[in-house]
Design a binder for this molecule. Structure first.
Ligand code: ADP
Ligand code: MG
Length: 649
């Protein structure tokens, strides 16, 4: 698969490089150049939209900032191309950081509104700052001159192509590195992301800054491409068009950006040439009909499922022949296309093609995966963390009079909890007694209303979840919080994020340091997957794993943090009873490596079997504590369990 994308990229770039020779028509060369420029912007927009899952309606504004930075620097100061373009990238990146600020506070529709306002403000500023931008009159900027030679249209096409290829490599490397995994992780589960020591806050800003830098490059290139810029270009329609391009092309793919750019750039010409429109509508209708017939014959879809797309595309084809003047209908057709994409093409053209392709090759892929998995197992080293030793202090964790109040409810009511080094500490209690709340207080998700938590002798109350995680507390979640769209391997690699010291330049230039760290992290990841017994699922998306395996994957990911303290919130929930002994053995092995464990569990035989000490919570208060046997026979505990009607097995 990896090689296939590489060959595809090389073939596509080679075809584009030959284009001016094959089609020496300035109109088409300019059209392709525009597509390439949009592609660069869409690489960046996809980082924000596809990877981090944030909505941005501010990217036309960023495109404008890039265009005007280059334009103004040339127009006012006569600076050359190789100064204006990097300057445009830098200035736009700063604006990207500004655009990121609202994304740190709000999401969804609110973020869409704020970013839209940002775009509008940029447009107004460009319009009003006439001393720099000449206002609505716009700026004329000729093609750049290198050493006295004025670049021709075709030469400029090649400059854009080379920069697009470079952007492709840079974006590809960033996204497949630990940085890219952080972006995806914060989309799929911000809470888990923070608890793996990967600051959601910081990586959202990074994503917007990188995205903006690409928009800045695209903007600067467009200035020299069109040779005239005016504020009107960077409007609401353009921003919608960009978003549509990412979705139509297919998010999280580079080819999707290119296809999306091609669609939106050619759409206006398509919608003004009625004969071309008729041909494409007919071809589309035949294609959809053939697909439907195939799906019906294979019985993968029902008549009802295929009816609407078939009728819609045939209707559009018929409509195209009935029309005699397309221009009046442009917006209507455009609207229908958006509806079609939103309903039937949610993963875009690339996603659709992949699905088709995947169905055809599903069997061979399964075989390769099996071969790879078995090949991998041989090479995997057993997981062996640095065995931690007690540094002398009595308790690793000390909770002092923790109070957690939600309105009138005291979910934790002045609880003390001391967890000694290298022990397994069971935490039990009926549903709603405050066990998960305790985990959330320990990991910084909740700020306790009063009381303190000390870890290794340091007070950690008030620190952010990612800082606490990095100081050595890892956890799993009662309601599994995996990064669903990422593979099992990538999930664990997010846990290992802290092992990467490489910065973005190491990633972009693929330096020895980055390669070494990446190889080490992948080896440790394979060991961890083997330790929890899910090596054969390494390349499966987390959301497709059986529930029990998801819990095991969460443990592997948490161990990736190389924690001193591991918090397990009901790890046995969802596991088949036959797997419980394995889980208990695993908890003991983790403890034997010197990692202290707090275990919340409803299966009494599991808690009692592995815990050194057990604390019992009821209505937010600690009602008993001691060795498993003592606790089990404690009258208050029996009363709490029987009284609340919970089932204790
Ligand atoms: P347990 O894990 O022991 O089953 P929890 O710690 O999840 O219990 O919940 C303890 C109590 O605190 C419950 O009554 C629950 O409804 C309440 N609670 C937990 N989190 C919140 C929250 N974020 N807001 C309001 N109430 C909460
Ligand atoms: Mg709970």
């Amino acid at each position: 698969m990896k090689n296939k994308s590489l060959y595809f990229a090389i073939a596509a770039i080679a075809a584009l490089a030959l284009f001016p020779t094959l089609v020496p028509n300035p109109y088409y060369i300019h059209l392709i150049e525009t597509i390439l420029i949009y592609t660069i912007l869409l690489f960046g927009l996809d980082i924000v939209v596809g990877y981090t899952g944030q909505v941005s309606l501010g990217h036309a504004g960023l495109f404008g900032v890039g265009a005007y930075t280059a334009g103004v620097l040339f127009f006012k100061l006569g600076l050359p191309f190789f100064v204006t373009v990097p300057a445009a990238i830098a200035v736009t990146a700063v604006f990207g950081a500004v655009l990121a600020l609202p994304a740190l506070r709000v999401t969804g529709p609110y973020l869409a509104m704020v970013t839209l306002a940002f775009g509008t403000i940029i447009k107004i500023l460009i319009n009003e700052m006439t001393f720099l931008t000449e206002g609505p009159i716009g700026l004329k900027v000729p093609k750049p001159t290198f050493f006295g030679h004025k670049i021709t249209e075709v030469e400029y096409f090649y400059i854009v192509l080379v920069l697009m290829a470079l952007a492709l490599i840079v974006v590809h490397r960033i996204l497949k590195s630990h940085l890219g995994r952080a972006f995806e992780a914060l989309r799929d589960s911000p809470v888990a992301c923070d608890c793996m020591g990967v600051s959601v806050y910081r990586y959202k800003v990074y994503a917007f800054v990188i995205s903006a830098a690409l928009a800045g490059l695209a903007g600067a290139l467009s200035t020299y491409s069109v040779e005239y810029i005016s504020p009107d270009t960077y409007n609401f329609e353009l921003t919608i068009l960009f978003l549509l391009a990412v979705i139509m092309g297919g998010r999280k793919t580079r080819s999707g950006a290119l296809i999306g750019a091609a669609i939106v750039v050619m759409l206006p010409s398509l919608l003004s040439d009625i004969e071309l429109f008729q041909k494409i509508a007919t071809a589309l209708a035949i294609g959809v009909l053939a697909m439907a017939a195939y799906n019906l014959s294979k019985k993968v879809k029902t008549l009802r499922e295929v009816a609407i797309p078939v009728v819609a595309t045939m209707g559009m084809a018929a409509f195209s022949f009935w029309l005699d003047n397309i221009t009046d209908w442009r917006l209507t057709i455009f609207g229908f296309m958006i509806l079609f994409v939103v309903y039937y093409l949610q993963d875009g053209v690339v996603g659709f093609a992949r699905e088709l392709f995947a169905r055809a090759t599903a069997q061979s892929a399964a075989k390769t995966a099996l071969v790879q998995a078995t090949a991998g197992v041989v090479a995997v080293r057993p997981w062996s963390p640095v065995t931690l030793v007690n540094n002398g202090s009595a308790n690793l964790l000390e909770v002092n009079q923790a109070l957690m109040q939600f309105g009138g409810l005291k979910a934790l009511n002045l609880v003390d909890l001391n967890v000694s080094h290298g022990s397994v500490h069971g935490l039990i209690g009926p549903n709603g007694s405050g066990k998960s709340t305790m985990m959330n207080v320990l990991t910084g998700i909740y700020q306790p209303t009063a009381g303190t938590v000390s870890f290794n002798g340091q007070v950690i109350t008030g620190q952010t979840p990612s800082t606490i995680a990095l100081s050595g507390i890892a956890r799993t979640f009662q309601n599994v919080q995996l990064f669903g769209e990422m593979t099992a391997t990538d999930n664990v690699l997010v846990g290992l994020h802290h092992t990467y010291k490489s910065n973005i330049l190491d990633v972009i230039f693929n330096t020895p340091r980055y390669k070494r760290e990446d190889a080490a992290a992948r080896a440790e990841c394979a060991s961890l997957l083997a330790f929890v017994g899910i090596s054969e699922l390494a390349e499966h998306e987390a959301r497709n794993l059986p529930y029990g395996k998801q819990r095991l994957l969460e443990i592997a990911r948490a161990l990736g943090l190389r924690p001193q303290l591991l918090l397990l919130d009901e790890p046995a929930a969802g596991l088949p009873p036959a797997d419980l002994p394995d889980l208990m053995a695993m908890v003991k092995k983790i403890r034997d490596h010197g990692i202290t464990v707090i275990l919340i569990e409803h299966h009494m035989d599991v808690v009692m079997g592995v815990s050194d000490t057990v604390s019992v919570l009821d209505f937010g208060q600690k009602i008993a504590e001691g060795k498993p046997a003592e606790v089990q026979s404690h009258p208050a505990v029996i009363e709490a369990y029987l009284g609340s009607g919970s089932t204790a097995h």
